[in-house]
Design a protein around this ligand. Structure first.
Ligand code: HEC
Ligand code: HEC
Length: 530
């Protein structure tokens, strides 16, 4: 008996030691601050605990701007001291945040630089803690998002009589943006000077931010997620009602088979059915391009690693998961073209229809060809450094060229009222539509930037909205084409104009057009024909 005692003690000691190491390791792993360079983990933990208690609508992340500059100092970055030319009173430094933490909804009020341009594939906490964090944060966040959107828009879901999208979905009437308090009508607002609007801070079409800009990435419409539950996010949902989004699934028209109309017969094109739908209609190269557009690949937040915002590991997303049937389902994202994340503009998915006519792709990046676009559009965050850890699309140039080959035969929807010069055929158009066309080319000045077969000029324009309210200027944005425009709500790069009526109100203010109520209706009636 006695001779076994030392062995037993030794075994127990070893077990104890191992257990101790495991517990310590687990504890350490959960709070490994060395992997979170900028923020004290303390704050993050505090955020987890506190967040459910907070109530205000626009919640600023826990860290304040002095933390931001403090962090900058620690990392040896130059502090933003002298005011850059556009920084005026009223702009605040971005708060320093960690992935997943809430960000202000009114990000136009902020400016500054990030701690680093480079991302990391590591979460600021363990995955089980990450799930738990979002389980707690999401309900409150979404409640605040709804209240915020409700404060800006009146989504009364009133359809326009006698107007539908190409596949039959009703088109919503607007304007749905809420008029400023104390202002009776949009005509009254438009009668005020730019300076008065700015002074009273009543410009209604301010930018929309991503509801969770610290993680950002793609947010899919509910209608899409119902069919593709693998794209349900643990942290945030779509913030715009379905009736203000494009139809799903949308028709797909081919330049090479106009006689067939919608080649999909009302179906969503998938990897499972594309061969059946397109065999005998496409060339082998187009066929391969289409397959590649349908093939999901990992992205920054939809992948098989812990660095994800789906509960289960994800195979990723395909081009057609946002550009469904070569069109758009209204999923939004952040433009990959700036840092810090909070400076990136929200962008809603443009259609691929008629891309063959565009010389300039993406709102700010000025990409010049579809092949090139297919090549670069792998990591929507514009961070090639994430490739190694998350897994690239790895499509060679010949493959991306073929994606471009299919992309370039996706046609616009039919516009039977237009002649070859893109003028309304008087016999087919109503008085109102004809009057709208006249305004479009005349008093309303739309045709200065929207002309030609796609109603686009292929330039970027700076609309200088900073004249109307204190903000960090968004700078030049590309003109978007208006051919088939009734099918792609919401409008502008970030979707801040949910209806065509809102776009007309927007330009009425921005271009100081002083259009009457009737003239604005005529312009909308005209755009529904394009
Ligand atoms: C998040 C869903 C999403 C996915 C997935 C996606 N896109 Fe896009 N796409 C967008 C958004 C958002 C934009 C606008 C980007 C911008 O303005 O910078 C865009 C823009 C484009 C444009 C330019 C359109 C224009 O009018 O300027 C092309 C072309 C395009 N995407 C092709 C692709 C290809 C090819 C893939 C697959 C490799 C892809 N997209 C995957 C959302 C997506
Ligand atoms: C100075 C050039 C210019 C003029 C003039 C102009 N636009 Fe635009 N248009 C743009 C730009 C640039 C955008 C994109 C702005 C953005 O996304 O922030 C745009 C966007 C749009 C959109 C949204 C497109 C989409 O896909 O989301 C519509 C609709 C539109 N314009 C209609 C009009 C109408 C109607 C007029 C006349 C009342 C007009 N535009 C006058 C440059 C112009």
């Amino acid at each position: 008996m006695k001779k076994y005692l030392p062995k037993a003690i030794l075994t127990l000691a070893v077990i104890g030691l191992l257990a101790g190491i495991t517990v310590t390791y687990e504890k350490y792993r959960g709070t490994d601050l060395s992997r979170v360079p900028q923020l004290a983990g303390r704050r993050l933990q505090a955020a987890i605990v506190d967040d459910t208690k907070r109530e205000s609508v626009t919640l600023v992340a826990v860290a304040s701007s002095d933390v931001a500059s403090d962090t900058g100092k620690r990392h040896g970055y130059r502090e933003v001291s002298a005011s850059p030319p556009y920084v005026e009173e009223g702009l605040t430094l971005y708060p320093t945040i960690e992935k997943g933490m809430r960000t202000p909804f009114d990000l136009w009020r902020y400016y500054g630089r990030g701690v680093s341009s480079f991302g990391s594939p590591v979460l600021p906490m363990r995955f089980d803690q990450w799930l738990d964090f979002h389980r707690k944060q999401k309900p409150q966040l979404m409640e605040n998002v709804r209240a915020y959107m409700e404060s800006r828009f009146d989504f009364s879901e009133t359809p326009l009589p006698n107007a539908t999208m190409s596949g039959g979905k009703p088109i919503m009437k607007g304007p749905v943006v809420r008029p400023p308090k104390g202002i009776e009508s949009f005509e009254e607002l438009a009668s005020m000077s730019v300076e008065e609007i700015r002074e009273q801070d009543i410009f209604p079409y301010k930018p929309l931010a991503h509801p969770l800009q610290s993680t950002a990435h793609m947010v899919f419409p509910r209608e899409w997620v119902r069919v593709h539950p693998e794209h349900e996010r643990i942290d945030v949902d779509m913030d715009i009602p379905e009736s203000y989004l494009p139809e799903f699934p949308p028709p797909l028209y081919l330049t090479t088979h106009k006689e067939l109309g919608d080649v999909t017969n009302g179906r969503e094109v998938t990897l499972d059915n594309f061969f059946e739908i397109f065999d005998g209609l496409l060339t082998p190269e187009q066929m391969e391009g289409l397959k590649e557009l349908l093939r999901p690949t990992p992205t920054t937040w939809f992948n098989h690693t812990d660095h994800r915002i789906t509960e289960k590991p994800s195979r990723g997303v395909a081009c057609f998961d946002c550009h469904v049937n070569g069109h758009t389902n209204g999923a939004f994202e952040l433009g990959p073209d700036s840092r810090p994340n909070m400076a990136r503009l929200r962008v809603d998915t443009p259609t691929m229809r008629g891309n063959y006519n565009l010389m300039q792709l993406s709102s700010k990046r000025s990409v010049r060809s579809m092949d090139h676009f297919a090549e670069i559009e792998e990591y929507f965050d514009g961070d090639p450094g994430m490739q190694q850890s998350i897994g690239p699309r790895a499509a060679k140039r010949e493959v991306t060229n073929r994606m471009g080959d299919f992309n370039s035969i996706i046609d616009y929807p039919p516009a039977p009222k237009l002649d070859p010069l893109m003028r309304l055929i008087p016999k087919l158009a109503t008085e109102q539509e004809l009057h709208g066309e006249k305004l479009f080319h005349g008093k309303a000045q739309c045709a200065k930037c929207h002309y030609g077969p796609a109603f686009v000029d292929d330039y970027m324009h700076d609309l200088k909205l900073e004249r109307f309210f204190v903000c960090r200027p968004e700078g030049p944005i590309k003109t978007f084409p208006l051919r088939g425009i009734k099918d792609t709500p919401p409008y502008l790069h970030d979707g801040r104009c949910p209806t065509l009526h809102d776009v007309v109100e927007f330009f009425n203010l921005v271009l100081e057009l002083h259009l009457s109520k009737e003239e604005k209706e005529d312009l909308v009636a005209y755009m529904l024909c394009l």
